[in-house]
Design a binder for this molecule. Structure first.
Ligand code: AGP
Length: 610
């Protein structure tokens, strides 16, 4: 996944574009580049490395001033990480320069066609094929819109594009298919970007492109067309967050800021979704009818969102009595569905742009199934293509490792499961009210876990040199073990694996020795005793146990090398209270290993490629 910015207006384009790139750096950071239109020529500067390397290069070797340009930060797909493969890619004669987010599936065929027409290529990328194909079509059509229509209809795959056109110094072209693109509407200036966070410093008025749309962005006007060249009317939306939401503030990293925002996120959803100790999600009668008419749920999601789905499975089955399967989106979107109309598909996603999860949603709809999205980003593709949406209201999450969005997903799934259980008569009003009182107390209890920050950093100092770490959980906290392992591996690069605690004796116990830190998540719960037994199996073989346990639990503490005591909560809330120390553990392990937890190698925040 990559980040795209385009600008035309009154300001210095280079500074607007480089600042915009920095706000999109979470989308990919293998290489970065900029193209400006100045004195009727397109000038390009691009290099492998992070955005600050490009900025340093521009400071040392300035480009001519300009008030129009495009820029790109890359997560490599086609072609290795090198200056030549960095975007922007000019066309052969320099009429166009293109930046691209996505993958062109038929680029090889198109490349061969162009090579037969005498085109030569500098890079290994599919994006350079787009630039030359557009030039080829323009030289034939002699009409820009016709050339664009012909080009976008020849491309197969996903593409969000920003294009500079040498012959018009008041035009940035935007194109969207399967990768996000938004236009920010300013005064005498307009900006194109992959994510609204890049337009926020300039305006809160935005227009989201839909799939199959082209935008002609000028200083004082924006026109939209479909892929047949027909004009399209678009609605202006107002962004509902502020610039500081996308800033680190006093924190050294976005990941730490977002971990610390979790009490606020929990409180926001309590205000939004709970009235006088009752969840109110099902006051939406359409959603209520939908859920009451379904006999089965399939949750499809990726990564951390998949783990939230596993927690949702326990909650919906335990309390609402509805069978739930949880599928990786990348598996679900290809499998034969043995379903009927009483099957509901739930797509869980923070970004709402994960290509695998979009594919899963479209696969479900192709089979006539209704889709409920549990998503964080308004106006995202998944939000717009689902039949129903529940927002997780976690705010902008910039750190590649999802933290506050995960906790918000689990909270929403918990509220949904309990309210559905009450509506179906499995929970009385009094029982529901009692559970909601515990939910209301959760933000303050998470604050108390955050206060253990220094203690958790101390534990991280003891494990950050390890090459392997194992996480064990059982029942509703088996997903917590999986999520804790994912957090550690994706930000610190330490190999980590999560297991069902009861599964240890069936093989993984062979891994245990006195070099292996074993994190055991064992708060007070219905499976506490069984997990104490699993812990004994580990300590009997010399494993060093780090236990995440309920305050006052000395039995587990005596078995542990290190202990994190979390406040006592009912079992249904333990996935939220126990993940917070694991997030902090992963964060500090990364920092101690000298890696940037916000931008882990090889990863990107929202994976918009398949
Ligand atoms: C989370 O820490 C990971 N960065 C990743 O697994 C992420 O959860 C996954 O890519 C799904 O993203 P989404 O929630 O935006 O769909």
């Amino acid at each position: 996944m990559c980040g795209i910015v385009g600008y035309v207006g009154r300001k210095d384009a280079e500074s607007v574009l480089t600042v915009g790139l920095q706000k999109l750096e979470y989308r990919g950071y293998d290489s970065a580049g900029i193209a400006l239109l100045t004195n009727s020529e397109i000038v390009v500067r691009k290099k492998a490395g992070k955005i600050h390397d490009l900025i340093n290069d521009l400071e040392n070797n300035p480009l001519p001033k300009s008030d129009i340009g495009i820029a790109h930060t890359r997560w490599a797909t086609h072609g290795g990480v090198c200056d030549t493969n960095a975007h922007p890619h000019p066309s052969r004669s320099g009429i166009f320069a293109v930046v691209h987010n996505g993958i062109i599936d038929n680029y090889a065929v198109l490349k061969e066609k162009l090579e037969r027409e005498g085109y030569h290529f500098q890079s290994e990328t599919d994006t350079e094929v787009i630039a030359n194909l557009l030039e080829y079509n323009y030289l034939k059509e002699k009409d820009l819109l016709k050339a664009l229509v012909r080009t976008v209809n020849e491309l197969k795959g996903s593409f969000a594009l920003a294009i500079l056109f040498k012959e018009d110094p008041d035009l940035i072209i935007g194109v969207r298919k399967d990768s996000p693109l938004v236009v920010g509407l300013g005064e005498g200036e307009n900006i194109l970007a992959s994510d609204p966070v890049a337009v926020l410093p300039h305006t809160k008025r935005v227009v989201y492109l839909n799939d199959g749309e082209i935008a002609f962005v000028r200083r004082s006007s924006v026109e939209f067309y479909d892929f047949n060249g027909n004009p399209v009317e678009k609605e202006v939306k107002i962004l509902n967050y502020d610039e500081e939401d996308a800033e680190k503030g006093p924190y050294p990293h976005f990941m730490l800021k977002e971990i610390y925002e979790q009490p606020k996120v929990l409180s926001t959803n309590l205000e939004r979704y709970v009235r006088s100790l009752r969840p109110v999600l099902l006051r939406d009668l359409n959603l209520r009818k939908l859920l009451l008419n379904k006999s089965r749920i399939i949750i499809e999601a990726a990564g951390t969102s998949y783990h939230a789905g596993l927690v949702g499975k326990y909650l919906l089955e335990t309390y609402a009595g509805i069978p739930v399967e949880v599928e990786y989106s990348s598996e679900f979107s290809h499998k034969k569905l043995v379903t009927d109309s009483r099957t509901l598909v739930v797509a869980i996603s923070q970004s709402g742009e994960t290509a695998d999860t979009i594919d899963g949603l479209r696969h479900a709809k192709k089979h006539g199934l209704e889709v409920l999205a549990i998503v964080n980003r308004p106006e995202s593709t998944i939000a717009r293509e689902s039949d129903y949406v529940i927002y997780t209201n976690a705010g902008i999450e910039v750190g590649v490792a999802s933290t506050k969005a995960y906790v918000a997903q689990v909270q929403v799934l918990t509220l949904l499961a309990l309210e559905l259980a009450n509506v179906k008569g499995f929970l009385t009003e009094e029982e529901l009210e009692g559970m909601m009182r515990h939910m209301e107390a959760l933000p303050e209890k998470v604050e108390r876990v955050l206060a253990l920050d220094a203690h958790i950093e101390h534990i991280a100092e003891r494990i950050y040199r390890s090459t392997n770490v194992m996480f064990l959980g059982r029942g509703i906290n088996y997903p917590t073990a999986l999520e804790g392992a994912l957090k550690l591996k994706e930000v610190s690069y330490i190999h980590a694996i999560g297991y069902a605690a009861g599964e240890m004796k069936h093989g993984p116990l062979a891994l245990v020795d006195n070099n292996l830190p074993v994190v055991v998540i064992n708060p007070r719960s219905s499976v506490y005793e069984l997990t104490v037994s699993s812990t004994h199996e580990v300590t009997a073989r010399g494993g060093r146990v780090i236990s995440i346990i309920t305050e006052g639990d000395m039995r587990m503490a005596e078995l542990s090398t290190f202990t994190v005591f979390v406040p006592d909560v009912p079992e249904f809330l333990t996935p939220i209270i126990t993940i917070v120390p694991l997030q902090l553990l992963a964060y500090y392990a990364a920092v101690l290993r000298g890696v940037d937890p916000d931008k882990p190698r090889n990863l990107a925040k929202s994976v918009t490629v398949r």
